[in-house]
Design a protein around this ligand. Structure first.
Ligand code: GCB
Length: 594
């Protein structure tokens, strides 16, 4: 027993050190750049005992002399789709947690005066990247993008790219050892070779000024460009055509008033064509403009209070038992949320792919995005805190131009403690450093029933640090009702807006039984539970949104019940096969009324 544990730990430590060499800066809007897709079939080797690195299989050697041989080859073996998880691709890998090597060849016609970056939308959970036999970078965190510059390292033909992917759960990871979703491993999002001019537009943040309905603030960051470079910002439909000059650090900023701005909202998700250019580079995309703020207990969108009709889903296509990764997958998930009558999605419990975020914005969903600070995180561990900070910065950097993004979520169900508070404060600071326009939220589960006062209350002082407080509360499922739902009054986070960020219970689609017996796992029980909770919500004075848990049944390894769960969390309003349960109709009616 001793050796494998020691081995796993030292491997984890090595990977941790490797995480530091990951490229931290991201090129904004890679989908709007000159890219070569590296998606498709990759060769793969399953490396159960982590021997591949020691044996340098990333060199991809072939025997030359008569006495040569190598105990590996990427040719004629396992082939895996990229992007995708490995679990859904072969039965042998369904439960696999460990290392898989991915490799492919690609050509990269020579380009002069340009820089090239390998872009990975996400690799779950950690990886090292090798190009033409050399290690060029590493990354930790399964849900955020990273890039590695490869300028000068590419050959016109036959580049060999190998990625060592590992999804072993460790106590210092985020998420950590146990979490209520499937630990999919693999290169789960798009891979691209991005080409930009040697002086290029690395980043920009263009948004409606905080508390203004007609001032646009724009910050542009150039790379490799001389001070004094002119940066042009155009929004043709608003007659905006501004030129500003970059300073010594390559930063150019402008604030300007616009007239007759049509602000983005769920009812009218208006996006404008925005062009940022220099004499050397040009990027174009669609950006929307809106205001979001809180005012006492209200959440105010474009000057009017809004009630959030939200739903959560995992980045998973249940019918395929695999990670969602394509635009078509995004259409499937978001259409079902639209059908329910939602105006918001809580992307659970980690940043989901850009196809989902961008399509959600076009379809008119407000978004809550969070990193997987999900129970069991080692808050006292400094490297874990640094890691979480990097992760949340990668999330905010990627999505800061999406006006649909309303909430940065910093935690889900954490217990008060000094280290927890310091950790979460660090995350809030990381968000605000990049973007101080969004609302900061965290979901708590500490609400308890105070028998003396006959009220639901919460004691966590951390709520003082948040713009909006969110509560996960499973009345009728994990918590028996202490009184009838119509008498359940809440006194939680008064003075701030409150969202019920999770509630619900399990039901097996097609199973019918008594509405008052939880163990019937029936649609009737789930429906009654929803009815009771919706009744209780009427007694939460500062309630400004609800987000049932969850849209679809989802895969979860610790849902052991052989008949009713079979490895699925059955709290979905829609079954794994896409059928709506009774509670779906109740929720739909509630949303139609609000
Ligand atoms: C929670 C978690 C969520 C779980 C859910 C459940 O409180 O935030 O990730 O899936 O409960 O079904 O137990």
């Amino acid at each position: 027993m001793k050796t494998p544990i020691k081995f796993i730990l030292s491997f984890a430590l090595l990977l941790l050190a490797a995480a530091d060499i990951a490229a931290q800066e991201l090129i904004t809007n890679v989908y709007g750049r000159d890219v070569q897709s590296l998606n498709g079939k990759w060769d793969a080797i399953v490396d159960l005992y982590d021997q591949g690195r020691k044996n340098k299989i990333y060199l991809n050697r072939k025997p030359e002399g008569k006495t040569d041989f190598y105990e590996y080859s990427f040719d004629n073996g396992l082939r895996l789709d990229v992007p995708s998880d490995w679990n859904c691709q072969t039965p042998e890998l369904k439960y696999y947690e460990g290392t898989v090597w991915y490799a492919r060849r690609f050509d990269a016609p020579e380009q002069t005066g340009r820089r090239q970056f390998l872009y990975f939308g996400a690799v779950s959970y950690r990886c090292r990247v090798y190009l033409n036999g050399e290690e060029i970078g590493a990354h930790e965190g399964g849900f955020t993008p990273f890039e590695i510059e490869v300028t000068g390292r590419l050959k016109p033909e036959g580049n060999f790219l190998a990625v060592e992917v590992n999804n072993t759960r460790t106590t210092d990871a985020i998420p950590a050892m146990a979490f209520d979703w499937w630990n999919y491993g693999g290169i789960t999002r798009d891979v691209m070779l991005v080409s930009v001019p040697d002086a290029f537009i690395r980043d920009y943040f263009i948004r409606l000024g905080k508390d203004s309905d007609d001032r646009i603030d724009a910050d542009v960051q150039l790379a490799g460009a001389a001070a004094g470079t002119a940066v042009r910002i155009e929004i043709p439909e608003l007659n905006v055509d501004r030129t500003v000059t970059a300073g010594a650090t390559g930063t150019a900023s402008a604030s300007f008033r616009v007239r007759r701005l049509q602000r983005w909202s769920p009812a009218d998700p208006k996006l404008y064509r925005v062009i940022v250019s220099t004499d050397r580079d040009r990027v174009e995309e669609s950006i929307g403009f809106r205001n979001i703020r809180t005012e006492g207990e209200e959440i105010v969108l474009n000057g009017s209070p809004v009630f959030l009709k939200s739903i959560s889903f995992h980045e998973e296509i249940p019918q395929r038992m695999g990670r969602a990764h394509s635009e078509a997958d995004a259409v499937m998930l978001l259409s079902e949320a639209k059908a329910l009558g939602c105006n918001m999605i809580r992307l659970a419990h980690y940043p989901q792919n850009e196809h989902i975020v961008r399509l959600a914005e076009k379809m008119g969903f407000l978004l809550w995005e969070e990193i997987p600070i999900w129970q069991g995180i080692d808050f006292a561990n400094d490297p874990t805190r640094e890691k979480a900070g990097r992760m949340i910065r990668e999330m905010v950097t990627r999505d800061k131009n999406r006006c649909a993004l309303t909430f940065w979520g910093v935690a889900n169900e954490t217990q008060p403690s000094g280290p927890r508070n310091a950790f979460l404060r660090h995350l809030i600071a990381c968000c605000r450093e990049i973007d101080d326009t969004r609302l900061i939220v965290a979901a708590f589960d500490l609400v308890r029933f105070d028998r003396q006062r006959q009220l639901f209350v919460m004691d966590d002082p951390f709520i003082g640090e948040l713009d909006v407080v969110a509560i996960n509360k499973y009345m009728g499922w994990y918590h028996p009702w202490p009184l009838t739902p119509d008498k359940a009054v809440w006194d939680v986070a008064r003075g701030k807006p409150l969202i019920i960020s999770e509630f619900g219970g399990e039901a097996l689609y097609g199973q019918h039984g008594p509405a008052d017996v939880a163990s019937s796992w029936s649609e009737e029980y789930q429906e009654a539970l929803y009815r009771d909770n919706l009744r209780m919500f009427e007694n939460i004075p500062n309630l400004r949104g609800v987000s049932p848990w969850i849209l679809f049944d989802f895969r979860s390894p610790f849902r052991f019940h052989p008949a009713n769960q079979e490895g699925w969390n059955r709290k979905g309003l829609v079954s794994d096969q896409g059928y709506r349960k009774k509670a779906w109709y109740l929720m739909k009616a509630y949303y139609d009324k609000h």
